[in-house]
Design a protein around this ligand. Structure first.
Ligand code: SF4
Ligand code: SF4
Length: 358
């Protein structure tokens, strides 16, 4: 017989996901039609959400400012592939027990891709429905959405990615737990190299007595940075286009504009395009994951602890220069001159706190 406990045992011990939870479908009663799981699987009774951790060491090279590919390979594209494998095993397990199971994929919402298309026929639900993974994770009791909009758990802080399965099995829901992790320190705001995380403006929903709130993220600035077009946070664009000044923090682009620009520019950056056929996670999530991880570890708020480096790192987060390289030397196109004078450190408008952090 399929129960929440039998599914959890199989998921943790056989599939080796790191955490799994269940939300009853009624927790989605307030969802807009283009985010309601029942508009994908009308007889869905439960929403199963599981996660696999981001291995902490895959953030090391980005934090050191020396090596970007491990984060993308192991903690972004690679982890997404591992989630897919885990999801396949869980789908088979649910089906073996005699229930329907529908997998969902983690993509941008249809709203981010532009205007929602009309229904396939009059009276039908919206044609494009996307269930927000982080809201589903919260409703399944796995953790909470931080101010950064990244999902936080007590086990791993901001280090995980989520997968969703809808099923018509009526499973015992897990309790929702919010408000225990994110203390609104805003370190994610300060350390986000894209200036994408808003300090004050927020988005919120209320579900079963829980007020769930996160910053009104600038998706365009985040996407430009994520795709490697931010000269402050990665060497790739600067190396290929040393004469271009593109201050990502000053751009006013939609997610879709940034997406298209990223795809257009990606093949021109050999260090990134050698890694993947599609744009890669070149930001390394330095504000929303790495900065937040350091804060939560310093607060002792994360259960997955480490003996020799209890706090991931204590150095000041670095920034590259976004100024055109030819200010320092003759501009000869593709160039990197180790003898060029070091760029001045950008001014910061945040005072250091007692721990020396901005
Ligand atoms: S750094 Fe983490 S704990 Fe601090 S405000 Fe951002 S999400 Fe919350
Ligand atoms: S992925 Fe990078 S740019 Fe986007 S919010 Fe996180 S730190 Fe900021």
């Amino acid at each position: 017989m399929l129960t929440t406990q039998s599914l959890r045992d199989y998921a943790l011990n056989v599939v080796q996901v790191d955490k799994i939870g269940v939300a009853n479908i009624e927790r989605f009663d307030a969802a807009p039609p283009d985010m309601d799981p029942r508009n994908i699987m009308p007889k869905a009774r439960s929403v199963v959400v599981f996660l696999k951790r981001i291995i902490r060491g895959t953030c090391r090279g980005v934090d050191e400012g020396t090596h970007w590919s491990s984060y993308h390979v192991y903690s972004y594209a690679g982890l997404s592939a591992m989630l897919g494998t885990a999801k396949d095993k869980l789908l088979r397990f649910i089906e073996q027990n005699g229930y329907d199971a529908t997998p969902l994929s983690a993509i941008g919402t249809s709203r981010e891709f532009g205007p929602t298309a009309p229904p396939a026929a009059p009276g039908l639900p919206p044609r494009e429905v996307v269930v927000q993974h982080r809201i589903a994770g919260t409703l399944a009791g796995l953790g909470e959405i931080g101010w950064s909009k990244v999902f936080l758990t007590k086990e791993f802080g901001p280090r995980q990615r989520l997968g969703i399965i809808l099923t018509d099995a009526e499973l015992e829901p897990d309790p929702i737990e919010t408000g225990a992790l994110c203390d609104r320190c805003k370190r994610c705001v300060v350390e986000c190299p894209g200036g994408a995380i808003d300090r004050d403006r927020s988005v919120s929903i209320d579900v079963e007595g829980h007020h769930i709130e996160w910053n009104d993220l600038d998706l365009g600035k985040c996407k430009l940075t994520h795709f490697g077009l931010n000269k402050l946070s990665g060497p790739f664009f600067a190396k290929r286009f040393p004469g271009v000044r593109m201050a990502v923090g000053e751009q006013e682009v939609t997610w879709l504009e940034a997406w298209d620009l990223g795809w257009a520019m990606f093949p021109t950056m050999p260090a990134l395009s050698a890694l993947s056929a599609s744009p890669v996670a070149a930001c390394g999530a330095r504000g929303c994951i790495i900065g937040c991880m350091k804060h939560l570890e310093a607060e002792g708020a994360v259960e997955n602890t480490f003996s020799t480096r209890p706090i991931f790192s204590d150095g000041r987060p670095w920034r590259l220069s976004e100024e055109p390289g030819h200010r320092f030397e003759d501009h000869k196109g593709f160039t990197w001159n180790p003898d060029a004078p070091e760029a001045e450190e950008p001014a910061r408008d945040e005072p250091r706190n007692d721990e020396g952090w901005y």
